[in-house]
Ligand binder design. Structure first.
Ligand code: NDP
Length: 249
């Protein structure tokens, strides 16, 4: 059965980087919404991924892999009506410390990956309608210390989000979510690099008016809403989910 394009629920959805963390929570939420879900990562299919989720081993920094991901989703479930660009990596370095390998890794996953999947899906969405949700970051708007390439890569994601909304509406809606601290492997790794990880965690928490860090499910709920018809007048926008961190800065 070919998927319906702009349905509030039941999307044919591709979520990049669904092996763990935020991406996995998005996969679970879209399934609960009644969607047919395809996800990917660079490694093998995770053992705990539900059987009805199609896994495609793909590195989105590679254009051919990204095109194959979208093609396999279409073959399995029909026209992709929702793309969630979640795959991302973080390198904690200043510009002066960053190597060519760091540049390749961060720009590869965060920028090239987002571009590749959007380019692959836009002809389909232009014909059938669709929604793109890019996972940006508050780091795309503020200079998180020692995160130079990451900060710049997320600013790229935000810029691409606006351009897609402008160039491909009304068939396609495109928005970005800007998470703050969401407790995943990526966030834990960042704390682990601090001179005093426990003090860093305490200090960061104290700057959150919400009184807690975010959970992957907080982001997944927002993706679900942006993907739904409830958000049909929302495009080219940025939804900040950071527990008030940037409001308090
Ligand atoms: P994790 O490191 O926990 O998960 C990242 C996911 O992306 C994994 O499934 C990983 O799988 C996949 N991935 C990474 N590179 C590639 C690639 N080149 N091709 C395909 N898959 C890839 O990160 P989070 O869940 O924390 O982060 C998810 C997104 O949210 C990222 O874009 C991140 O920048 C953003 N974000 C996270 C915040 C946080 O506090 N956690 C804050 C703000 C934004 P594998 O390694 O197997 O390829």
């Amino acid at each position: 059965m070919r998927g319906s394009a702009l349905a509030g629920t039941g999307h044919t959805a591709v979520v990049t980087g669904g092996s763990r963390g935020i991406g996995r929570a998005v996969v679970d939420r879209l399934r609960a919404d009644g969607g047919r879900v395809v996800t990917c990562g660079r490694g093998a299919r995770p053992d705990d991924l539900p059987g009805d989720v199609l896994w495609v081993q793909a590195d989105v920094s590679d254009a051919d892999d990204a095109a194959r991901l979208l093609a396999e989703a279409d073959r399995a479930f029909g026209p992709v009506s929702l793309l969630v660009n979640n795959a991302g990596v973080q390198v904690e370095k200043t510009v002066a410390e960053s190597t060519d390998a760091d540049w390749g890794l961060v720009v590869g996953a965060n920028c090239r990956g987002t571009f590749h999947t959007c380019r692959a899906v836009l002809p389909v969405m232009t014909e059938h309608g669709g929604v793109i949700v890019n996972i940006g970051s508050i780091s795309g708007n503020v200079a998180d210390p020692s995160m130079a390439l990451y900060n710049a890569s997320k600013a790229f994601v935000h810029g691409l989000t606006r351009s897609i909304a402008v160039d491909h509406g009304p068939a396609v809606r495109c928005n970005a979510i800007q998470p703050g601290w969401i407790m995943t492997a990526m966030a834990e790794d960042a704390f682990a690099l601090a001179r005093d990880p426990e003090a860093a965690r305490r200090d960061a928490l104290a700057r959150h008016p919400a009184g807690r860090f975010g959970e992957p499910a907080d982001i997944a709920k927002a993706v679900s809403w942006l993907a739904s018809d409830e958000a049909r007048y929302v495009t080219g926008q940025f939804l900040t989910l950071d527990g008030g961190l940037t409001a308090a800065s």
